[in-house]
Ligand binder design. Structure first.
Ligand SMILES: [Zn+2]
Length: 298
């Protein structure tokens, strides 16, 4: 999608620098132009990622937090990848997966829930659970929260934070505060799908009550967290600067759509008049109709 921009690291902050180098190592194998791998990769000490690049073949990124009392994973891809996830977690810890934290309800992030529910506890935002129930998706979480929730296990705290609407109305940001790392779910996506097409942010108005308009403020809330590595819903590990770049693109998209509407443009003008090439977000035909409708409301 774009060339890797190396983060400039201030010399004084050795710990932070070491963390960034580690993240860059894990991220490098997923960058555009190199083969897509779904091998489990170390993000930081005690934290791994099982990469995911798309909704269909590889699912979303799974984070794996290893503790002395068991593993916590974030999201669980597709039903077909349940065994693959379990095997890959086994390669980094002999202990069982105790908790699954879902970033949102979509099937490429909750696909193995039905299997994991037999042996693990599943947590998600209250709205994500409601969305699953409405759509009859298998394996809704048994534990929900509204603003913030923590899981404490093996001297590790993993936080779930609700930061506002965006991709859906039930997106959780998972905060590994001690490691200064977050998993954003699909509030941030980056790069290409494994079949080669470029990922664009999806505003799920129909099944998720998402909001392109509120998404910018939600990203501002995320940027207030103290982190130097972000695991997006799909794509390579990102720096905080890259999350900020994603936020700025989302704001630009909103501004341009608002300008189009203000100038009397209709949905039929989106394809011809809405500038998108510099954002490198090739939305499918009709993919921005929901944002048009949302921003047209007075
Ligand atoms: Zn999604």
């Amino acid at each position: 999608m774009r060339k890797h921009r190396r983060q400039i690291v201030s010399v004084g902050v050795l710990l932070a620098a070491a963390a960034v180098v580690l993240a860059a190592d894990a991220g490098r194998q997923q960058r555009q132009g190199e083969p897509f791998t779904t091998a489990i990769a170390k993000v930081k000490e005690g934290l791994f990622v099982i990469p995911g690049y798309d909704g269909a073949a590889t699912g979303g990124n799974v984070a794996v937090r290893v503790t002395s009392e068991g593993a916590i994973i974030v999201d669980d891809k597709l039903p077909t990848l349940y065994k693959d996830i379990v095997d890959k977690v086994k390669s980094v810890t002999p202990l069982p997966i105790k908790y699954v934290l879902n970033t949102h309800q979509h099937g490429d992030h909750t696909g193995s829930n039905a299997e994991f529910l037999k042996t693990a506890e599943i947590l998600m935002h209250r709205n994500a659970r409601s969305n699953m129930i409405k759509q009859n998706l298998p394996g809704p979480g048994r534990i929900v929260y509204r603003d913030q929730k923590s899981v404490f296990i093996g001297d590790v705290e993993v936080q779930m934070r609700y930061m506002g609407r965006g991709h859906t109305d039930g997106d959780s940001v998972i905060y590994f505060q001690d490691l200064r790392t977050i998993h954003t779910g699909d509030l941030v996506v980056w790069g290409k799908r494994s079949q080669g097409t470029t990922l664009t942010p999806l505003m799920d108005y129909a099944a998720g009550n998402g909001s392109g308009k509120e998404w910018v403020a939600t990203l501002d809330n995320i940027l207030k967290l103290d982190f130097d590595v972000a695991i997006p819903g799909h794509g390579p590990l990102l720096t905080k600067a890259e999350v900020r770049a994603f936020r700025d693109k989302m704001q630009t998209l909103n501004q341009r759509m608002a300008d189009l509407i203000r100038s009397g443009g209709g949905k039929q003008d989106i394809a011809g008049r809405l500038k998108l090439d510099d954002l490198d977000w090739p939305f499918p035909d009709g993919g921005l109709n929901g944002l048009f409708d949302e921003l047209s409301k007075r």
